[in-house]
Design a protein around this ligand. Structure first.
Ligand SMILES: Cc1cc2nc3c(=O)[nH]c(=O)nc-3n(C[C@H](O)[C@H](O)[C@H](O)COP(=O)(O)O)c2cc1C
Length: 224
């Protein structure tokens, strides 16, 4: 068993942040630690117990660099089309500041992705395109809880991660780089993994709970 930070389950749940600038790009991650986190991820629920999930751990510098180039290309397009629109929409100065900080942080990751020592790419099969809503839901739910478990297990061990989907705009190209049979297997994200600079992460600001929780019927607030 690898070394852990000694956080409680609640602390891990409350402080597993999207880590980008605080990824320690100079420190290697032992494959055993990644495997330990993936073994925990495997305990997540999955439809019919079929374990249709696959996790590609990418450490090879050449492949990381090729994937990072695709990620950058996709992110540049996204930023040009969507990013500016989002910035314009944010009139509240606090919200605009938060958004700018996030965009700068995302840009940092984009510019430094190939230096992150480990990528984990969760995949599921079959692809969701053309499937019914229940089947799509089953497929997403057979990979996303496991992926989040992986990220929580990583945090408990002092590793930082960030759920990213930017490379999916170039999913076919990345499938080629990793020999993934694209027609049968869908990549759902890319998790950069590295030790963090410092381990003191805080809970994020979120909307007040009563604005997102309804009781007994849509829109109904708790009245007792
Ligand atoms: C569906 C989804 C897609 C995301 N895609 C990206 C991405 O492509 N690149 C990135 O840097 N962060 C990405 N993120 C991370 C979010 O920006 C981050 O979770 C959010 O800002 C909240 O920060 P927190 O997780 O630290 O609370 C994504 C998160 C989710 C849930």
């Amino acid at each position: 068993m690898s070394e852990q930070l000694g956080l409680t389950a609640d602390e891990v749940l409350a402080t597993t942040r999207a880590v980008r600038r605080r990824l320690d790009l100079s420190r290697q991650v032992a494959p055993e630690v990644v495997l330990e986190c993936l073994a925990l991820a495997q305990q997540a629920p999955n439809a019919n117990g079929e374990e249709a999930w696959r996790f590609i751990v990418v450490t090879d510098p050449g492949r990381r660099s090729a994937i990072a180039a695709q990620y950058r290309r996709a992110w540049d397009l996204y930023e040009a089309e969507e990013g500016n629109a989002h910035t314009r929409e944010r009139e509240d100065p606090d919200e605009a500041r938060r958004w700018d900080k996030q965009v700068r942080s995302a840009r940092y990751l984009t510019d430094n992705l190939e230096k992150v020592p480990v990528f984990v790419i969760p995949c599921v099969s079959p692809r969701v395109e053309g499937e019914s809503t229940p089947t799509q839901s089953a497929l997403w739910a057979s990979i996303l809880p496991a992926s989040w478990s992986f990220m929580l297990a990583a945090r408990a061990r002092g590793l930082g991660t960030c759920w990213t989907t930017g490379h999916l705009f170039a999913e076919r190209e990345v499938a080629q780089i990793l020999d993934i049979p694209y027609d049968d297997v869908m990549q759902v994200g890319l998790i950069p993994v590295a030790y963090t600079k410092g381990t003191d992460f805080r809970p994020a600001e979120r909307a007040p709970l009563d604005t997102i929780v309804y009781w007994d019927a849509w829109g109904q607030k708790r009245s007792w």
